[in-house]
Design a protein around this ligand. Structure first.
Ligand code: FRU
Length: 482
C-alpha cells in the first residue's frame, strides 16, 4: 500500500474529508479566531495578496493526517484580514511537476489575473528532487494550466524553493527571489529577472548579503519589502546556533534592515538579523503584495520537525493573526490589524496590584502602567500553564511542556533581556497565545494546550496597573469547502 504521505488530494475526496472535518471539529484545541486546517496539517501562509477587492490568503495543506505529506494550496479570502472565507483547494499537486507537493510561494495581481508563483516539489523514480518554480494564473474563478517558469539550477543543491515575486516599477522588471542552498551547504537567496511576469526569467545570480555569507545551511521563504526608504529582507534560516537569549527555536524567522540593489545583486545590511518573534512557535512568515501604503505579515504558528498534541486529534497548525508592520527605531513593530477590535465584547476594566481572575478564551487583555515588576500566571485546574514575568528589566515567558495531560512536566522558557515594558497586549485563543510588548516592539507567539474551559489568571504587580479585558467573538469559517 502506498504511504498516506504520498496521497494527493482531489475533489473526489470531499465526503471522506468532510467526515474527518466533523470529527476534528470536536477537538478541544480547535481555535476560534486563528486560521487552522479543515483537516490534517497546515504550515506556511502562501500567496498573501490583494486581488479583485479582496485579500487572498492560501496555506500549505496536507488534508489526510497531521503529517507533512504531499502539499496543496488551500485558498481563503477576506474583506478585513480577520474574517476569512473558505474557498477550497487552489493548487492541487499533480503527477508531474509537483508530484511531491505544491510548495510555498507568493502571488501578485497582474492585469486582471492573480499570478501565483510556487515551487513544484518534483521527485523522480529514484526519489531525487528536481524543484521547479511554477506559475499559475487565477482569474477569480478558475486556475490556468501550470507552467514551469524556472527549472532546477544545477549549481545549487535540491533545496531551491519558495519564490517571492517582486515588481520594480522604476526598472519595469520582475524579480523572483528564491530560498536556496549552495553545494557547500550554506543558505542563500537566488535572484531571477524578467521584463515580463510570465516568461523569460533568467538567472541573475546569488544575492550577496554582506556579513551573512555563512548564516545557516538553508534559507526558506525569502521575502522583501520597502518601508520609509529602507529595504527589509525577511527569511527563515535553518541551522543557526543558539546565542544566549536568541535563536532558541529549532529554526528561526527574522529580517535584516538595509538597502538592496537587485541589479548589483547586493544587500547592504544596516541591522543584525532580528528575530520577528521571541516565542516558541513562529515560522515561514509572509508579507502581502497589495497596492496600499501599509505592510501586513502573517506566519505559521508552528515549526517544521516539531510534534504538537493536536496530532492525536488528527490536525496540526494554525496561522498567526495578521499583523500590520511599522518601522520604528530601526526595528519592525508588529501589531494585529485594527479590525480585530471588531471582535471585542464585554469590556471589563480593573485596577489592581494583586488579584486572581477567572478567564474564558477567546479573549484579549491590555495591561498599562507597568513599572518595575509584573508576574502573570495562567493556571489550568490549579496548575501553572504559562507564566509571563517582568522583573529587573528582563521578560521571561514560560510554557509548560507540550501536553495538557503532562501537567507536571518540564517548563520551557524564552528570555528578553534589557527591556523596558510599559504595556502588554495579549490575545489568547483555545490553544495559542500572542503577546505584544510596548505596542508591537516585541511579539511572543506560542501554542499552549489546556484541559479546562476556563483558566485562572493570577496577577502580581509591584504597583497598581490598569487592566482591560474583552471576550472575543469567533471568526472562523467552519463551512467545509474543498
Ligand atoms: C517551510 C517549508 C518551505 C516549503 C514548504 C513545504 O516551512 O519547508 O520551504 O516550501 O514548507 O510545505
Amino acid at each position: 500500500m502506498k504511504k498516506i504521505k504520498y496521497r494527493k488530494v482531489s475533489s473526489s475526496d470531499f465526503e471522506e474529508l468532510n467526515l474527518l472535518n466533523k470529527e476534528i471539529n470536536k477537538s478541544k484545541y480547535r481555535q476560534k479566531f486563528h486560521m487552522q486546517p479543515l483537516t490534517g496539517l497546515l504550515n506556511d501562509p502562501n500567496g498573501f495578496s490583494y486581488y479583485k477587492g479582496k485579500w487572498q490568503l492560501f496555506y500549505q495543506w496536507f488534508p489526510f493526517d497531521a503529517i507533512h505529506g504531499t502539499k496543496s494550496w488551500y485558498h481563503t479570502v477576506s474583506d478585513d484580514l480577520v474574517h476569512f472565507e473558505n474557498k477550497g483547494v487552489g493548487i492541487y499537486p499533480n503527477a508531474y511537476e509537483d508530484n511531491h507537493g505544491a510548495y510555498s510561494g507568493s502571488a501578485l495581481q497582474v492585469g486582471d489575473d492573480l499570478f501565483i508563483y510556487y515551487t513544484g516539489n518534483n521527485r523522480d523514480e529514484e526519489y531525487t528532487r528536481h524543484p521547479k518554480q511554477m506559475l499559475v494564473k487565477y482569474d477569480g474563478e478558475k486556475y490556468s494550466e501550470k507552467e514551469i517558469l524556472i527549472d532546477t539550477h544545477p549549481d545549487y543543491t535540491e533545496h531551491q524553493r519558495d519564490p517571492k515575486i517582486v515588481y520594480d516599477e522604476k526598472l519595469g522588471k520582475y524579480y523572483i527571489i528564491i530560498g536556496a542552498q549552495t553545494k557547500d551547504k550554506i543558505g542563500c537567496i537566488l535572484v531571477y529577472e524578467s521584463t515580463s511576469p510570465d516568461k523569460d526569467f533568467t538567472f541573475k545570480g546569488k544575492l550577496k548579503v554582506k556579513g551573512f555569507e555563512d548564516f545557516g545551511y538553508m534559507w526558506e521563504c525569502p521575502d522583501l519589502i520597502s518601508m520609509d526608504d529602507k529595504d527589509i529582507l525577511l527569511f527563515s534560516p535553518q541551522g543557526l546556533e543558539t546565542k544566549g537569549e536568541y535563536f532558541n527555536n529549532i529554526y528561526q524567522n527574522g529580517y535584516i534592515i538595509g538597502k538592496i540593489d537587485l541589479e548589483k545583486l547586493e544587500f547592504i545590511p544596516e541591522s543584525d538579523f532580528i528575530e520577528l518573534d521571541r516565542g516558541f512557535d513562529f515560522y515561514a512568515s509572509q508579507t502581502a503584495n497589495h497596492p496600499f501604503d501599509r505592510e501586513y505579515l502573517v506566519a505559521w504558528m508552528g515549526l517544521p520537525d516539531t510534534n504538537y498534541p493536536t496530532e492525536t486529534d488528527k490536525w496540526s497548525g494554525s496561522l498567526t493573526m495578521v499583523r500590520e508592520l511599522k518601522l520604528k527605531n530601526n526595528k519592525l513593530y508588529q501589531y494585529p490589524v485594527e479590525a480585530y477590535k471588531n471582535l471585542r465584547k464585554n469590556e471589563k476594566t480593573y485596577e489592581y496590584e494583586n488579584t486572581r481572575l477567572e478567564i474564558y478564551v477567546p479573549m484579549e487583555m491590555e495591561i498599562k502602567d507597568i513599572q518595575d515588576k509584573l508576574i502573570l500566571t495562567l493556571l489550568d485546574d490549579g496548575k501553572a500553564l504559562m507564566e509571563l514575568k517582568y522583573e529587573n528589566n528582563e521578560f521571561i515567558f514560560t510554557r509548560k511542556s507540550f501536553s495538557s495531560e503532562d501537567i507536571d512536566g518540564d517548563f520551557e522558557k524564552r528570555y528578553i533581556k534589557n527591556i523596558d515594558i510599559s504595556k502588554l497586549n495579549i490575545f489568547i485563543d483555545t490553544s495559542s497565545i500572542e503577546i505584544f510588548i510596548n505596542e508591537g516592539e516585541y511579539s511572543l507567539t506560542s501554542r499552549y494546550f489546556k484541559k479546562n474551559d476556563s483558566i485562572n489568571l493570577i496577577v502580581n504587580s509591584s504597583n497598581i496597573i490598569k487592566v482591560k479585558t474583552w471576550d472575543l467573538d469567533d471568526c472562523i469559517d467552519e463551512s467545509f469547502v474543498l
